[in-house]
Design a protein around this ligand. Structure first.
Ligand code: 5AD
Length: 354
């Protein structure tokens, strides 16, 4: 493998993304860089998919507004708080509240109330990450003041032309607004996460190299990226025969994780559910490629199958205890250690503030 430099340029990134024959050396290097920069701890975030009601109509996503087949649900405040308390008792550092995008007043106020209630029920100890889409700066501020300290908002692709092909051409789905939202999150003070989908129709390796450079230059603290997976009730399904094979999408996603770890060693990088839906060992493979965060699903079992962003999304009905049991073993097998009872702030955020 060629020599790896942190200040890699685009050509070097492309060569690494292309190194089909020897990814093992790349993964080993990524693990080494992770372990020597932030250690071999894996942080757990309890994922609660709080609602699949969404005002957006993204062409790739199963919970898009126009999908009349999606069964819409919202988890009650009481249930969200109870799950958060379980996560706290199990010594997860934090939870992620993820859901479709809604920006009506009632919802914004409800989230604020949910946040305060979680904080109160967990003696202010549990970290809270939100993943609730584009909101105004004022809403981000209100939710920050109510106790959220991290926010995930994927850019999906950093290429504006490709972005426009994946979203309706209107002012609800604007690349500029997405960029501005990311900027506002950083301004308000959130630890900010972003990420992209890998193996999208029309996407090139060149686009993916640009995505990695975008994540580095926008000073993101956390990244979640995973393979694009088709969904039969979405417009993008017509492109299903033009995609890379599932196994190629998995391999490419793992290479993206590894190269990003080399580019920005102090990031928190999640090993995502989408990896697991291609390969039951996908999340472990993500750790072996340099990721350091896993998000066990804590959504109420009845709702899990409804939060269907893409086809074949794994929705195990395993209890949190059973998931932790399996995960601890798998994490140790990957040469990592579970970090309990810690927020697990990205080192990048601390370095950014110095
Ligand atoms: N395949 C993979 N990921 C998807 N997401 C939405 N739809 C799909 C899909 N079909 C991802 C988007 C979004 C996140 C919550 O889920 O990146 O930001």
């Amino acid at each position: 493998m060629q020599k790896i430099r942190k200040s890699m340029n685009k050509k070097e990134i492309l060569d690494l993304l292309n190194c089909k024959n020897e990814p093992e050396a790349l993964y080993a290097k990524a693990r080494e860089v992770r372990n020597s920069t932030i250690g071999n701890y894996v942080y757990l975030r309890g994922l609660i998919e709080i609602s699949d009601i969404c005002r957006k109509d993204c062409y790739y996503c199963g919970i898009r507004r126009s999908n009349t087949k999606a069964e819409r649900y919202t988890v009650s405040k009481e249930d969200i708080v109870a799950i958060a308390v379980t996560a706290w008792e199990k010594e997860f550092g934090s939870v992620v509240l993820q859901g479709g995008e809604r920006n009506d007043d009632e919802y914004v106020t409800w989230i604020e109330d949910v946040l305060r209630s979680i904080k109160e029920a967990t003696r202010n100890e549990l970290g809270i990450t939100l993943s609730l889409g584009e909101q105004t700066e004022d809403t981000y501020k209100r939710w920050f003041d109510a106790g959220a300290h991290r926010y995930l908002l994927r850019i999906e692709t950093s290429n504006e032309t490709l972005y426009n092909r994946l979203h309706p051409n209107d002012n609800v789905h604007s690349f500029a607004t997405r960029l501005e939202a990311l900027h506002n999150l950083q301004k308000v003070g959130y630890q900010t996460g972003s990420g992209v989908m890998i193996g999208l129709p029309f996407q090139t390796l060149d686009n993916l190299a640009d995505d990695l450079l975008f994540l580095r230059s926008s000073d993101i603290d956390m990244v979640g990226m995973g393979p694009y997976l088709e969904h039969e009730d979405t417009p993008l399904y017509v492109c299903r025969n033009e995609l890379l094979s599932l196994s190629e999408r998995l391999q490419l996603s793992l290479r993206m994780i590894a190269v990003l770890r080399l580019l920005v060693p102090d990031l928190n990088i999640a090993s995502t559910t989408a990896l697991q839906s291609i390969d039951p060992q996908g999340r472990e493979k993500g750790l072996l490629a340099g990721a350091n965060v896993i998000m066990p699903n804590m959504t109420p079992v009845n709702d899990r199958r409804k939060y269907r962003l893409y086809q074949n999304k794994p929705f195990s009905e395993e209890s949190t205890d059973k998931q932790i049991g399996i995960l601890s073993k798998n994490i140790t097998d990957c040469g990592c250690r579970i970090a309990l009872n810690q927020w697990g702030d990205p080192q990048h955020f601390k370095n950014r503030r110095k």
